[in-house]
Design a protein around this ligand. Structure first.
Ligand SMILES: *Cc1c(COP(=O)(O)O)cnc(C)c1O
Length: 401
């Protein structure tokens, strides 16, 4: 399906992807919609993050963890054979090669280090497919913290391998039996649990969603993707800056981190959502999980269930900053179907020897379609973030192929 949004000429805007305005606002989105005790807890996280982010000691400690534990910097890989077939020059930012296999670890190491600085002993997290839960359990083990991970009962059944990994790493996995028993309910439950435990626990949110300061803080922790890629493009690309920067969007953290590195360049930014989870492309204004943003809703304004073959894109909303970038016309949001994503995953495996996560395959599916229909002009340079590896999707793919 063609996207309904107009393509405006990209204008590097002053302050785009800088700090949000007062009270965590990105345009009319964002904010801190939470019970009083959580508003106070968020205020403490905000203060601690501002201090830490301005402290070279904290930055240095995080950079070292990212290097020696998570395997950064990740490579920029030219996709030679696929590029030739598509008539564009495609470069892949390889978050699939990080420890634990996705970009989630960048954010989690940042928040876990912040939690220890705040004197917290325990991390609370929500997880859908289990990638964020595994990353949280990993960071907790590494830094000697406890971890409690909320996960919908249905997801626990579907993602047995990641549940085992979390338990192996010493985390407690708490089944959530309310609502649709998936990510949306696990997030609500984790927030409820945090209310009673703010003194000793840090809530480690897994994407650029939730109450202020999370959307901003998580984007800053993921900025390492875009900053590295910017330097790598400057060294590798004839043009220095790619014509297009593309990433998949669930809540939007790998995209936000990637876009942040290119916000002040003429690069066109493209976020690719799942057809059944297109918060930015098709959502309406609402409030969920502590922030005002775009969410899929029915006629009565009830937030509806998302549906995607990629568990990480199976969320009915999108982070507030993406909603704002959409309104500004600075980034464009498009959708692809489950079938297109599966086709793209197979194609990448067979042309480049890389099995991508189904989430990442959505970004590639748009590149393939756009190169075919001229939306991506021939000869364009394209930077695409490959957010994760496909091992976790083996059982899903086995049934289809
Ligand atoms: C969780 C996940 C996503 C979606 O999360 P964002 O916050 O939108 O980046 C995408 N890809 C992979 C591999 C994931 O694990």
């Amino acid at each position: 399906m063609r996207d309904a949004l107009p393509w405006r000429e990209p204008v590097p805007l002053d302050g785009t992807m800088g700090e949000p305005r007062a009270r965590g606002r990105f345009g009319e989105y964002g904010g801190r919609y939470a019970p009083e005790s959580l508003v106070e807890a968020c205020r403490e996280v905000d203060e601690a993050f501002r201090e830490a982010w301005a402290d070279p000691g904290f930055r240095g400690a995080l950079a070292r963890l990212l290097a020696v534990n998570a395997g950064r910097p990740t490579p920029l890989t030219p996709a030679h054979r696929l590029s030739e077939a598509l008539g564009v020059q495609l470069y892949l930012k390889r978050e699939d090669l990080t420890h634990t296999g996705s970009h989630k670890i960048n954010n989690v190491l940042g928040q876990a280090l912040l939690a220890t600085r705040m004197g917290r002993r325990r991390l609370i997290a929500e997880t859908g497919a289990g990638q964020h839960g595994v990353a949280t359990a990993t960071a907790a083990a590494l830094l000697g913290l406890e971890a409690t991970v909320f996960m919908g009962e249905r997801d626990i059944e579907r993602q047995a391998l990641n549940v085992f990994r979390m338990r192996m790493l010493g985390a407690e996995v708490v089944p959530v039996t309310t609502g649709s028993r998936t990510l949306k309910d696990a997030t609500s439950e984790a927030m409820r649990h945090w209310v009673g435990t703010t003194g000793d626990s840090h809530y480690c949110i897994g994407s650029v969603v939730g109450p202020d300061p999370y959307p901003w803080m998580v984007r800053e922790f993921q900025r390492v993707i875009g900053d590295e890629a910017r330097g790598q493009c400057a060294a590798e690309l004839r043009t220095g800056v790619p014509d297009y920067v593309v990433a998949c969007v669930g809540g939007g953290s790998n995209a936000a981190g990637t876009f942040a590195g290119f916000a002040d360049t003429p690069a066109r930014l493209v976020g690719v959502e799942a057809e059944g989870g297109a918060g930015a492309a098709r959502g309406r204004l609402g409030v969920l999980h502590g922030s005002r943003s775009l969410f899929l809703q029915d006629e009565d304004g009830q937030i509806t269930q998302a549906h995607s073959i990629a568990a990480g894109l199976d969320y009915p909303g999108v982070g507030p900053e993406h909603a704002h970038l959409r309104d500004l016309g600075r980034a464009r949001y498009v959708t692809v179907t489950d079938d297109e994503a599966v086709g793209a995953a197979v194609r990448l495996a067979r042309t480049e020897g890389i099995v991508p996560a189904l989430e990442s395959a959505h970004a590639l599916a748009w590149v393939i379609r756009a190169a075919g229909d001229g939306d991506l002009p021939a000869g364009s340079t394209v930077l695409m973030t490959l957010s994760g590896r496909g091992d976790k999707d083996a059982s899903t793919l086995k049934e289809l192929l």
